[in-house]
Design a protein around this ligand. Sequence first.
Ligand code: URA
Length: 239
Amino acid sequence: MNQSDLNHDRQLTDLLANAESYFRYFQAVYGDKIYLEAEIDSISLTRQERKQLGFANLGYEIRHCRRCELYKTRSQVVIGAGNPDSKILLIGEAPGFNEDKQGKPFVGEAGNLLDKILKSIHLRREDIYLTNVLKCRPPENRDPEPHEQKACLNFLMDQLELIQPRFILLLGRVAAQALLKTDQSLVQLRQKIHRIGNARAVVTYHPAALLRFPKYKRDTWEDVQIFQKLLRGDDDLQR
Ligand code: URA
């Protein structure tokens, strides 16, 4: 076999593997009958079933994503974790080394600190949904490139659409700038209440930044106090 035959063979194997996983996904969701797209729309599903289907669909798309080069270096994608029915959404930057290995967000040292921050406002992971702007780890944990964020942002928008959060905590500059569509600094964005669709959002430091610069812990505490007041529906924050 020459090189071109080999490449062709590889492409064919890849295509068949993709087709197989696509049909396995449909079998898991719809059972053994194959529906046409128009029929799928007419199947009557409860709102919760539609949401579950939406998550399954999105999960499939993210796991097979090749919209940027990061698919080449990831071990696996990190879609999100927690309670998809929660009204509280936390958004970080991108998976790191441990997250890439385990397929879950914030499982390393920054995750331990995040748990402490959550505890300080009486929240546990199961009370919230947690995800990142990027679903794949940038090599060496470098900052996400603008084109990588752009390629991945639709997935986050789909998650927002499915979860319909009312309260969003943006962890760090990358999440804040991406979601608020601004290039203002984190310092300019924190200590304010922002709107993202129907949700209200607060910006604070990323837990990994706090590990490097513990002097920002006090500011973070002040930010999450605002977030807690929002959650409680305190009147002076209803703007
Ligand atoms: N940092 C993030 O922004 N997200 C993670 O999941 C882990 C570290």
